[in-house]
Design a binder for this molecule. Structure first.
Ligand SMILES: Cc1ncc(COP(=O)(O)O)c(C=O)c1O
Length: 475
């Protein structure tokens, strides 16, 4: 198993980063122009431009229109390390195939993976749900084998509407559409408000499955910088909404994937005002909202929606069971469009899992379950963070999420796709940074680590091995 050669644009980026570290280019200096770099290093224009983007992603330089790239003030290596990315905010196509090619180790829940954002059976509610699914089939033998036409089971829609209060939302059962997971809710929502060729504004980095959805619908994107602490940059988003014809905004509001960011209530309110002012719908994915480590469930953006502009999407996948495939949307003024699309796309979500989940939510078992799993998720996150601090090279930066189960890590100079290729044959999976950008050329020295499993010697071994592979690659 050898370490793959670094792509040439990464080599150039590393070379320039070294020059910056050595003080050859100091904060405020302009680095050589793209044309000069192209000539000096005998590289193509694209390679040089990609190298400059890598430097931007590392927070080392910023571009000034028609002037060039300037060195930023040097940055500290704190826990909140990875810098807010500065993508070029232009409309572009999404390259989908990378995520389809990579195996993130989704496998079986018995085998911990650092790759896919999945969780161990310990934090699911398996015995209770197994009993409730059997009970649903026993008590509703005919309905369990019939189509449950959109908008879905009235019992579950009632339970979802009641629970939405914990996220600050007032919704009625008629304002809910049951879907097969949050991913279908997001897919249907985006489809309801766009047509092929439209542009959607997304946070950057962005959940890669959202990028797949956008690519499959032939949509373009504008990537808006997002911050590990506070989420999408609203000033940048406002500029994008002013400059581009945007059909929708799509993001993960609470404990996002991969950044772990959680928007403040104030920013949520401002975001709703902003999209309303531009008459643009907002797709909110809130699958992680119930997983606040301290138990304070953050509000949904939907809580601030007065005009039905927010298409809210969530599921029980992160809290109870991803395999039940039960999620929901509360799509505001797009309710009938969503009901129609759900019918067109897959007719109905399986009935027994809906009834079982309705009972789980309504009986209060969900609250006991959340009280048990939130500290477990916190413990898992803390132990992975501790291991990364101990076992990854000095200079490694990472986020400090307050909920959810993904950690975003930056190792300056790393080629995370090559790392993926080195680790996969050993049965160890990580999600490389380029997965989380539309052109797959950004976040080259980032990786996302899943913290959804209890920390065991196997986890320690996997993190140790990744640390060693990184050391070897950087040497
Ligand atoms: C942000 C986000 N949305 C949606 C999903 C998928 O949710 P579901 O299994 O309910 O379709 C995931 C799973 O990793 C996720 O991280």
């Amino acid at each position: 198993m050898g370490t793959a050669a670094r792509p040439r644009y990464v080599e150039l980026a590393d070379h320039l980063a070294e020059r910056i570290a050595a003080g050859t280019y100091r904060p405020g200096d302009r680095i050589p122009s793209v044309r000069q770099l192209k000539e000096q290093h005998r590289l193509s224009l694209t390679t040089v431009v990609d190298a400059c983007r890598v430097l931007e992603d590392r927070g080392l330089v910023a571009s000034r229109p028609r002037s060039g790239y300037y060195v930023l003030a040097s940055s500290s290596t704190t826990r909140d390390g990875p810098k807010a990315a500065t993508p070029r905010m232009r409309s572009r196509r999404v390259d989908a195939p990378l995520s389809l090619r990579l195996n993130l180790g989704i496998g079986s829940p018995q085998h911990p993976t650092l790759g896919a954002a999945v969780q161990g059976p310990e934090v699911m509610a398996i015995p209770a749900l197994n009993r409730l699914v059997s009970q649903a089939m026993r008590l509703h033998p005919t309905e369990s084998h019939s189509y449950d036409a959109p908008p879905g089971s009235p019992q579950l829609r009632r339970a979802v509407a009641r629970r939405a209060v914990t996220a600050g939302c007032a919704m009625t059962p008629d304002e809910v559409v049951i879907t097969s997971g949050a991913k279908e809710a997001v897919y249907l929502s985006i489809r309801a408000v766009t047509k092929p060729g439209d542009t959607v504004a997304i946070e950057s980095p962005s959940y890669y499955a959202l990028l797949e959805v956008l690519a499959s619908l032939q949509l373009r994107v504008v990537e808006v910088p997002s911050n590990p602490a506070s989420g999408i940059d609203l000033t940048a988003l406002a500029a994008v909404l002013d400059r581009h014809r945007i059909a929708a905004v799509a993001l993960v509001s609470n404990f996002s994937n991969p950044l772990g960011s959680c928007m403040s209530d104030d920013n949520k309110r401002r975001l709703v005002d902003l999209v309303d002012a531009h008459r643009v719908p907002l797709i909110e994915d809130d699958v992680y909202g119930d997983l606040a480590f301290n138990g304070d469930r953050p509000k949904a953006i939907k809580a601030f929606d007065r005009r039905g502009s927010v298409l809210y999407c969530a599921s029980c996948s992160k809290t109870v069971s991803p395999g039940l495939r039960v999620g929901w949307a509360s799509p505001g003024r797009y309710q009938s469009a969503l009901e129609h699309l759900k019918l067109v796309v897959n007719q109905a979500t399986a009935t027994a899992p809906q009834l079982a989940l309705a009972e789980f939510l309504d009986s209060g078992r969900i609250d006991r379950h959340l009280r048990r799993i939130r500290p477990a998720y916190r413990d898992q996150m803390e132990r992975v963070v501790d291991a990364v601090d101990r076992l990854f090279p000095t200079g490694t930066l990472h986020t400090d999420p307050r909920g959810g189960h993904v950690l975003w890590v930056q190792v300056p100079g790393l080629d995370s796709l090559a790392l993926y290729e080195d680790a996969a044959p050993l049965g160890i999976h990580v999600a490389p940074g380029p997965l989380f950008s539309a052109g797959r050329e950004r976040f080259t020295d980032y990786l996302r680590i899943n913290t959804g499993f209890p920390y065991t010697v196997e986890t320690e071994h996997q993190i140790l091995t990744i640390g060693q592979l990184i050391e070897r690659q950087l040497r």
